[in-house]
Design a binder for this molecule. Sequence first.
Ligand code: 13P
Length: 361
Amino acid sequence: MRKPLIAGNWKMHFTVPEGLEYALQLRRDLEPYSAVVDAVILPPAVMLWEIANALRGCAIEVGAQNAGWEDQGPFTGEISPKMLAGWCHYLLIGHSERRQLFNETDEELNRKLHAGLRHRLKVILAVGETLEEYEAGRTAEVITRQLNAAVYGVELRQATELSVAYEPVWAIGTGKAATPQYANETMGLIRRLLESPFGALASEIRILYGGSVTPANARSLMEQPEIDGGLVGGASLKAADFTGSSRRRLRCCSRRECERTRAGTRSRDHRRLGLPSGAGGQRDRRCQETELGRALGAMAAHHPGRGRRARRSTGGSAGELRGWPPQYRRRADRLPGPDPDQPRDSRRKLQAEPGFAAGHD
Ligand code: 13P
């Protein structure tokens, strides 16, 4: 079954110290959900390595917002999937901001996808139609072109590390999310398109919704059968929105224990990272519970059987984690590595999908 995935795309926000501080807060707040939801944050490249180190040993994974397709060479300003391999778990490609502002083409994204998978990164491929395309009823056509072009030539065994994010461009940063029904139907189309190259494996590929996900609408979106999680932009920048740290709800500890544990964790983290011990403020000492937190907690209940998919760690073998400094290697040795030849329990028959109706709201 598909375990839900929540990804926070930080885009171009936070300085390095701010990002580190925030990542530590997320580590405390998101861990209670790790049994039912995979969580990944996508910080800017400049702080990725530091944050990966700060989150080592915890269930939250990190990803890059972009990378090139070559391993190395004269590509000023670019980072390569090879540089990320072994310590960075995810790679986001095809975000509409990359497609529109940086003129990334379908062909380039196909190369990036191959390069990311070759280096055993878990790639999140973003697709989505613009407002103009939506209003012209061209959603299905655009999604079909973007998806087919990006996955061209990807082998079945590589596709196990692929996720797709459906992000209608008109919903990004506008406060106007797609309706759950519309998102679900479009994502049903995406799954059917994935069946063509990947057969039954398509039912294992996670498809996320992105575009103005907020605490208020998260639950109704996540309840949809085709929506396996969210790619969250603006709301991922505030801990209370992104995590909804409902420790009290999960009854993991009493309020007093929670405060003591957090304070201890924070001072250890701060000493290690050289941050002032008071950083972070008092606000995150409180046990908070938000709508998004409830949505995350409710996901498993609304999708019986979800949450069983084992977490897979990219580049988990000790050899592949050679990028890690020596003090981290001991943990790296213990990480389970992905086995592309491992038989999957997913080769079951596909069920008939509901019909797709494009262009409605
Ligand atoms: P918002 O959640 O701010 O609309 O952004 C969505 C997005 O672009 C995530 O990648």
